[in-house]
Design a protein around this ligand. Structure first.
Ligand SMILES: [Fe+2]
Length: 318
């Protein structure tokens, strides 16, 4: 289901109201008993560049995100544009534009890497596989002040699992006429880490997974009806992640990459792709999704999202 441009209605995606025992004294259950509503922003696909007045656009986006007064801001990646293919000093300047956006936010900011964030990866091609994969993310980690490209964020009864959905390739693979240097994939070391981490949480804990590359999306099937899906268009082993949540309360997967709003509900999980901060690569709206971000509310297993466009129009001659 695509959300029409300028449509601001709230979408109720999950109706799992849970009852609880009021006699518990744990902090987590006290939060539930007060019907704590978690409210945060999910923004994705900034594609920071210097031209087309993009720094100004990102300031406008940051202002509007601040006006929402979110508890925190989660970002779905592609913080800069074409980090893999531009020369180092251009990538550096794009990271600088991104850092200014981040500095203008008044809430804590956390991001997963996108395929465009792998700047200077080609400099590390001669390293062994583990070192190469790490080096490809070094710029992302440095510019987001992150220690790892995947992590768990805990907010009382809500746990947000931030995944790194990229496997970086040394040599490009051709698909649909494009050279691709990555594929959507959750590494085995990440799956092992997640399996151990999930054991810490009770069956009452509510989870949201964040991934740049979609787990589930209909967008590319619509865009390329005759073609086979490319491994750049979805996470090829996403089911292994979902299997780890089989006895957990996974509410939603928040996704980026397509720049188009979409919601698919499958197996009790809402797969929510957000339109991009950059819209259609700073060319305006893409298939009805303009330049904007999602406001997300979660209340007792019920998730509501609202796509909000910030005040901008394109200065790119497309
Ligand atoms: Fe993107």
């Amino acid at each position: 289901m695509k959300i029409a441009r300028r449509e601001f209605c709230w979408l109720v995606l999950s109706g799992l109201l849970s009852f609880f025992s009021a006699c518990s004294s744990s902090i987590g259950l006290k939060l539930i008993s007060k019907k704590k509503i978690r409210r945060f922003v999910f923004c994705t696909d900034l594609h920071a560049v210097e031209q087309w007045r993009v720094p100004e656009a990102l300031s406008a986006a940051a202002r509007q995100i601040n006006e929402e007064n979110p508890e925190f801001v989660i970002c779905g990646g592609d913080l800069i544009s074409e980090g893999l293919s531009v020369v180092s000093d251009i990538a550096d300047r794009r990271w600088s534009v991104f850092r200014k956006f981040q500095a203008e936010l008044k809430s804590d900011f956390f991001a997963v890497p996108g395929n465009h964030d792998l700047s200077k990866a080609s400099d590390a091609k001669n390293l062994d596989e583990t070192s190469f994969q790490f080096a490809a993310r070094r710029e992302f980690l440095a510019n987001t002040s992150s220690e790892k490209s995947f992590q768990i964020l805990e907010y009382g009864n809500l746990v947000i699992v931030m995944l790194d959905s990229l496997k970086v390739l040394r040599e490009p693979v051709l698909h649909q006429g494009l050279e691709n240097f990555y594929r959507g994939h959750i590494s085995s070391s990440q799956l092992e880490w997640l399996e151990v981490e999930l054991q810490r949480f009770s069956s009452r804990t509510e989870f949201i997974v964040v991934s740049h590359i979609p787990f589930v999306s209909n967008y590319y099937q619509e865009a390329y009806p005759q073609g086979q899906l490319s491994p750049t268009q979805y996470v090829e082993n996403y089911q292994k992640v979902l299997d780890l949540f089989s006895d957990k309360k996974l509410i939603a997967v928040l996704q980026g990459h397509t720049h188009v709003n979409e919601i698919i509900r499958d197996g009790g999980i809402s797969f929510i792709t957000s339109g991009a901060i950059c819209g259609d690569w700073w060319c305006g709206e893409k298939e009805g999704s303009g330049e904007g971000f999602l406001v997300v509310e979660l209340e007792e297993g019920v998730i509501r999202v609202q796509f909000k466009e910030y005040d901008w129009h394109t200065y790119r001659n497309c």
